[in-house]
Design a protein around this ligand. Structure first.
Ligand SMILES: [Zn+2]
Length: 308
């Protein structure tokens, strides 16, 4: 029984114009790095299925989903926000990305995989219940979590988000849903300018100043995330895995390095071992400079699959 590696060629067909940082090459860079590091030898590959309207409706309004589908351009681009565009393949890529987390959920909860990494785009954590924004269309992790809650009957699921940007979409969807504990660390004062004031007791938000670096990041995990996670006792852990806090990534300035992603993944896996048989589902969010992105994902996946 191997950890699952879930992706799909459709995810590379969505693109938002030349020089857009959320580019198809991100997936190729990650795949190549996992291949040369030998990590794919320890994972079972799966094609991401298309999420169904019923699955999407657990995290998004049906009106939003139908309007987004209807906005799909036959050619060229349709602008959703100043940084976010649809091309003719965007809907299919977004359905695959959300479907990947649904499949990961089924595999992990039926015991067919101990853990899973979803190597997909577009990312999801800025997508709100009723709005696409910040390169995101469907909230992939949120769709997977609600699938675990509604179809598998779980009662306590943790969502950990270490992307440099606050996951405002995930907070929007899980606000008031006490079945979900969301733990996030993000850089203060950058896009989307939210998160400083948590919207409820199920939100553990830690905003860090620019240039915080490894020590302050690890201190935040140790003093804020871990006690909350141990008290919550999750039955399954999801990770919104964004790597744009790396010091070589110009989207943010948290000044993290690969060793921090390795370290935080070890802490997450230890929580999972204590409470949920090591069950962790990780899904790619941000990370835009190809070399540090690929190196950081490799550091994360190596621990996730127990090859460290
Ligand atoms: Zn980000």
């Amino acid at each position: 029984m191997l950890p699952a590696y879930i992706t799909h060629p459709d995810c590379a067909l969505h693109e938002m114009g030349a020089h857009h940082p959320e580019c198809p090459e991100r997936l190729g860079a990650i795949n190549d790095m996992l291949l040369v590091k030998g990590l794919l030898d320890y994972m079972h590959p799966y094609d991401a299925p298309l999420a169904t309207p019923e699955q999407l409706a657990h995290a998004h309004s049906s009106l939003y989903v139908s309007e987004l589908m209807a906005a799909s351009p036959a050619e060229g681009y349709h602008k959703v926000d100043p940084d976010t565009d649809m091309n003719p393949f965007t809907v299919r890529a977004a359905l695959r990305a959300a479907g990947s987390v649904v499949l990961a959920t089924d595999l992990v909860l039926t015991g067919d995989a101990p853990s899973a990494f979803c190597c997909v785009r577009p990312p999801g954590h800025h997508a709100q219940r009723d709005a696409a924004m910040g390169f995101c269309f469907f909230n992939n992790v949120a769709v997977g979590i609600r699938h675990a809650l509604t179809q598998h009957g779980l009662q306590r699921v943790a969502l950990i988000d270490f992307d440099v940007h606050h996951g405002n979409g995930s907070e929007d969807i899980f606000r008031g849903d006490e079945r979900v504990l969301m733990c996030s660390i993000f850089e203060q004062g950058i896009y989307p300018f939210t998160g400083e004031n948590a919207t409820g007791p199920n939100m553990v938000n830690v905003g860090l100043p620019s240039r915080s670096g490894s020590d302050k990041f690890r201190e935040a995990v140790t003093s804020h995330w871990l006690p909350a996670l141990d008290a919550f006792k999750p039955e399954l852990i999801y990770v919104s895995a964004g790597f744009d806090g790396h010091r070589e990534d110009d989207m943010g300035n948290l000044a993290l390095v690969e060793a921090d992603y390795e370290w935080v993944t070890k802490k997450i896996m230890a929580v999972a071992e204590r409470h949920c048989q090591g069950r962790v589902i990780s899904c790619l969010e941000g990370g835009y400079v190809l070399s540090p992105l690929a190196r950081s994902v490799a550091a994360h996946v190596k621990v996730l699959i127990g090859a460290d």
